[in-house]
Design a protein around this ligand. Structure first.
Ligand SMILES: Cc1ncc(COP(=O)(O)O)c(C=O)c1O
Length: 352
């Protein structure tokens, strides 16, 4: 049996508060809205078909993704959340003693999957929480097999500029895989942001992951996909479970990416509230990080725990950042208008 003792289990954001019937959950960067009406309609048609196994190849879903992103179906792999894909990449490319580079303060599953698959993790230092191309390159040695880049990063909401991402990819030896995790790509409207797909078309060592969990509001169905060279996709197909993506998720995924109006509405809501929340937070004695996705990391200092508890007494759940080695920070997701207002009101009262 593997020695798993030292690997900490992933803990998601909490969803309930004892004694509170209605809570405002801003702890997991989920969409605060349900899926779109067209997705709900499509989903209901799947409910009576659960006696049949799903299409193990996710062909129709891959075709829909291929059409939307103008990429070939041979370059697309669908997974049980993008999370599954991160694990499959580690399973495929790591042997005992191999090294994985992860910038500090990044998505916790990178480290967990690397270690489960006997990888040794090298953390690349960051500067003011920003990924540093040099620091990542300096960690490369003969044993390096995978580099994980969350673009934008969770929990900071920061990203490598297009220029820096290009630079990194051009300097990393081609035998090393670079995973560009773009779980929040749809929310990114900044001009110097790159979602990595064009880069992956030109570089066979890139794997770009995406998810339906965030903007499409399908977190509980577990659906993600990745773009990679067809040889990598073939390997993933070999080691995945035979029916890794359920039928409802496949049907919902197709409806979701075809509902452009809903996606635009979500982007607009997020952009408005992200700016608004940043503005309100800047008036308080806290330091919001310039997070660009659907959440804001906030430096609140030593009383982070006290603030988290205070917010909970007001039925608001935000994310504690201890596991990310950011003890003095909290992370809050953009919620519905009323939820965001209540959060701002509560944090303002805390500092009165
Ligand atoms: C950076 C990042 N990658 C991946 C995921 C997991 O996404 P999925 O729900 O597709 O497994 C998350 C979820 O919070 C995330 O923040």
């Amino acid at each position: 049996m593997k020695n798993l003792q030292e690997i900490a289990r992933y803990e998601g954001g909490i969803s309930s508060i004892p004694g509170k019937k209605h809570v405002i959950k801003l702890s997991s960067n989920e969409s605060p809205f349900g899926p779109s009406k067209s997705v709900i309609r499509a989903l209901s048609s799947t409910l009576a078909k659960t006696n049949r196994y799903p299409d193990g190849n996710c062909l129709e879903l891959r075709k829909a993704i291929s059409k939307k992103f103008k990429i070939n179906t041979d370059n697309i792999f669908c997974g049980n959340g993008s999370d599954e894909i991160l694990g499959l990449v580690c399973q495929l490319f790591l042997n005992k003693g191999d090294e994985v580079i992860i910038p500090e303060h990044s998505f916790l599953m990178f480290e967990i999957y690397a270690r489960i698959n006997n990888g040794k993790v090298q953390f690349a230092s960051t500067k003011n929480l920003k990924f540093q191309v040099d620091a990542i390159l300096n960690k490369i040695n003969q044993k390096t097999k995978i580099i994980f880049i969350a673009q934008p990063n969770n929990p900071t909401g920061l990203y490598l500029s297009k220029k820096d991402l290009n630079l990194l990819v051009s300097k990393v030896p081609k035998k090393i895989k670079i995973v560009i995790d773009t779980a929040y790509a749809e929310y990114m409207t900044d001009y110097d942001y790159s979602n990595g797909i064009d880069l992956a078309k030109k570089n066979k060592n890139l794997i770009v992951t995406r998810t339906f969990s965030k903007i499409y509001g399908l977190a509980s169905l577990r659906l993600g996909w990745c773009y990679a060279h067809k040889d990598i996709i073939k390997l993933m197909d070999k080691i995945r479970g035979p029916f890794n993506v359920n039928h409802s998720a496949q049907i919902a995924g197709i409806a979701a990416i075809n509902d452009k109006a809903y996606e635009q509405k979500m982007i607009k809501h997020n952009k408005f509230w992200l700016n608004k929340m940043h503005g309100e937070l800047r008036k308080l004695p806290v330091e919001p990080v310039n997070s660009r996705a659907n959440f804001i990391l906030i430096k609140v200092g030593k009383n982070a725990n006290k603030l988290i508890k205070y917010l909970m007494t007001n039925s608001i759940i935000v994310r504690k950042m201890t596991k990310y080695k950011l003890d003095q920070y909290i992370r809050v997701s953009v919620g519905k208008a009323e939820e965001n207002k209540k959060f701002i009101e509560a944090i303002r009262k805390f500092y009165l």
